[in-house]
Ligand binder design. Structure first.
Ligand SMILES: Nc1ncnc2c1ncn2[C@@H]1O[C@H](COP(=O)(O)OP(=O)(O)OP(=O)(O)O)[C@@H](O)[C@H]1O
Ligand SMILES: [Mg+2]
Length: 227
């Protein structure tokens, strides 16, 4: 079914090396993969296998040492930093394990933040941020600061922030890793509902139970795809 859909994310023979003094750590050893529009894909593998490194590269937060990355058919490596930031903002929403919210800032302002960089008016930003918070069930927590929210609620604020620009792809790096099992299930249910609405979801996990819920899993070990 996915085969006739277009490819939204693709890597070809991606190698990533981190250079530290005179030591070279090779985190990815030639990773080639393709993700189609509307797919829900899990990237699974043990700690240190290169999952976060791969996510940073497919999310255009970092560049490969060699190999090619395509986002919506555009070759990423050939783009200038400005157009790269632009396409990243438009197409991709990120959710991290450690929420990454601004602590002295309300839920509403945290969610509105990505809109500050794309020219949305103040009024529209507030409205869109409120809509995004409603979608994750936090319409009654707009003025709470992160330390006044539970972990699961903080992660839902982070998901609202990822959604507010209406990206087509949502990348999650262990988004349930810091949550108790109930909050984890709620957060996963939000990812499922986004998938049903047509978003492409890429979820990094080391938990086989989480990966089972995806359409397909990509297994990473020692920086290589094993299946
Ligand atoms: N900035 C960095 N500098 C040097 N080495 C790094 C850097 N980031 C990651 N690495 C190394 O690259 C390898 C892959 O790391 P990565 O963070 O991608 O793993 P991971 O699969 O996300 O692990 P985890 O499940 O623990 O989050 C590891 O051996 C790690 O030590
Ligand atoms: Mg990681």
């Amino acid at each position: 079914m996915v085969n006739n859909k277009k490819i939204v994310l693709e890597t070809k023979n991606v190698v990533k090396e981190y250079k530290m003094d005179n030591l070279v750590v090779r985190a990815l050893h030639g990773v080639s993969m393709a993700i189609h529009d509307g797919e829900f894909v899990a990237i699974i593998g043990p700690s240190g296998s290169g999952k976060s490194t791969l996510m940073h590269i497919i999310g255009c937060l970092d560049v490969p040492t060699s190999g090619e990355v395509f986002l919506d058919g555009h070759r990423v490596g050939k783009m200038q930093e400005r157009s790269l930031a632009e396409i990243r903002n438009k197409k991709i929403g990120f959710v991290f394990q450690s929420f990454n919210l601004l602590s002295r800032t309300s839920a509403l302002e945290n969610v509105a933040l990505p809109l500050l960089y794309n020219g949305t008016t103040e009024e529209d930003s507030q409205r869109l941020a409120q809509e995004a918070l409603n979608k994750v069930g936090l319409g009654d927590r707009l003025n709470h600061h992160p330390n006044q929210l539970s972990g699961g609620q903080q992660q839902r604020v982070a998901i609202a922030r990822a959604l507010v620009t209406n990206p087509t792809i949502i990348l999650g790096d262990e988004p349930t890793g810091n949550l108790d099992s109930k909050s984890g299930r709620e957060v996963l249910e939000i990812f499922h509902s986004l998938h049903r609405q047509g978003k492409t979801i890429v979820l990094i996990t080391h938990d086989a139970k989480v990966a089972e819920q995806a359409d397909r899993s990509i297994w990473l070990q020692d920086g290589k795809i094993t299946k």
